[in-house]
Design a binder for this molecule. Structure first.
Ligand code: DNO
Length: 390
């Protein structure tokens, strides 16, 4: 497996020199300054690639080449957006960057309600709290129908939280909910989020799937011609939120995606933390089910609570059996090797990590600290080496 590390380029307070000390060899990055939907120019791609290579790394995966919201909404004439996506892919392929991670989550990317929930000893982790999410949706966003999405005990605790919350608490919650959106664009305050949700009014699962199918039809054949691999990132959390459908949340959903364009260019980012936040998802089993189409892995763990809340645990310590999952990925690599494929190694990155130790004094990207991820990488590396020898 290729040890890789997500780096946010000019927006990342962590330097590539620091990353070099982690032992990772691959960099996962994006051109975060380019607005969604625009073509990524060859020069900008080449400059980023040169920067990554000067520091001694390979640019192994683009995360993400984002899908414009209008494509998700199926809004108006999308031909220019599809053409731009294909052009960006061609420009990346021309530079030898061939694996592209993206998601098809409407409106928000990964969503948490707390960016600094306490863990033992003074470290912090990311947390999704059903009560705070309910408070946000029902009392701050006043989303019609939000109450129906939460059971009475959660609604009652949400009302209590909202009543005692200070202005500062509420602002912090809005910031946390927006934190998953990468890059410099698209942060929403309450009014903007209400407007953005209104633009999705009436969106149901079937329509979102039809819009996704159309996207795949428009880009997968081009990716195949370019020798590229697209790999969709699962929904995080893996359930509907804000009244919007989410359609990449389970093994069945992934089967639907893969069947929609049955091509090796249409693959999956196996994100154990995203899928694992639904206790019904057996992550090693899902990985085995889609193994031949896994082009990239995000390895992290979560611990779920009965009310739908979950917290990010240490990489080996949550609900997902990480040893079993890595075993599935290593088996798949062995299968590819036996087929004679040169590209049999699957890139992975330690996904997220606790903010801990000297990172607590640094202003880092939420979920992307140096030391917590280094800890995760070191633990995962140990598992991989051990299983590889067995
Ligand atoms: C979260 C990330 C996601 C991922 C996108 C891919 O930490 O894994 O934000 O980058 O969903 O488009």
């Amino acid at each position: 497996m290729i040890e890789s590390w997500r780096w946010y380029g000019e927006f990342d307070p962590i330097s590539l020199n620091e990353v070099a000390q982690t032992g990772a060899s691959g960099i996962v990055t994006s051109l975060h300054a380019i607005p969604y939907g625009e073509v990524w120019p060859v020069e900008a791609i080449a400059a980023r690639k040169a920067e990554v290579e000067r520091a001694g790394f390979d640019w192994v995966v683009v995360e993400s080449l984002p899908v414009h919201e209008r494509i998700k909404k199926g809004e108006g004439d999308l031909s220019a957006l599809f053409a731009n996506y294909r052009q960006s892919m061609a420009n990346l392929a021309a530079q030898g960057v061939r694996t592209i991670c993206y998601n098809f989550m409407p409106l928000l990317d990964w969503t948490r309600t707390d960016l600094a929930a306490p863990v033992a000893g003074g470290a912090t982790c990311l947390r999704f709290d059903a009560v705070r999410m309910a408070a946000f949706e029902i009392h701050m966003l006043a989303r019609p129908g939000a109450e129906d999405d939460y059971p009475a005990p959660v609604r009652a605790r949400a009302a209590a939280w909202f009543q005692q919350a200070t202005e500062e608490d509420r602002r912090t919650l809005v910031t946390a909910i927006n934190a998953g959106l990468p890059g410099a664009y698209d942060r929403y305050d309450i009014a903007q989020m209400q407007a953005a949700l209104a633009a999705y009014d009436g969106m149901d699962r079937a329509t979102l799937r039809a819009n996704y199918r159309r996207f795949l039809e428009e880009v997968v054949p081009a990716a195949e011609d370019l020798g590229m691999r697209l790999c969709v990132h699962p929904d995080d959390p893996p359930r509907n939120i804000l009244g919007l459908p989410r359609i990449v949340s389970s093994g069945e959903d992934l089967a639907w995606v893969l069947a929609a364009q049955d091509s090796p260019a249409n693959g999956v980012t196996l994100c154990s933390g995203s899928l694992g936040a639904n206790p019904a998802n057996d992550v090693p089993a899902i990985a085995a089910q889609v193994a031949s189409r896994i082009h990239f892995a995000h390895l992290r763990n979560t611990r779920s609570e009965p009310d739908g809340s979950f917290e990010e645990s240490a990489h080996l310590d949550g609900d997902t059996d990480m040893i079993a999952l890595i075993g599935v990925l290593l088996n798949e690599q062995a299968r590819r090797r036996a087929e004679g494929r040169e590209d049999h190694t699957i890139p992975f990155r330690p996904d997220h990590g606790h903010h801990m130790l000297s990172d607590l004094g640094r202003d880092l990207v939420p979920g992307y600290p140096l030391i917590g991820r280094l800890r995760g990488l070191a633990e995962l590396r140990g598992v991989i080496r051990t299983l590889s020898r067995a």
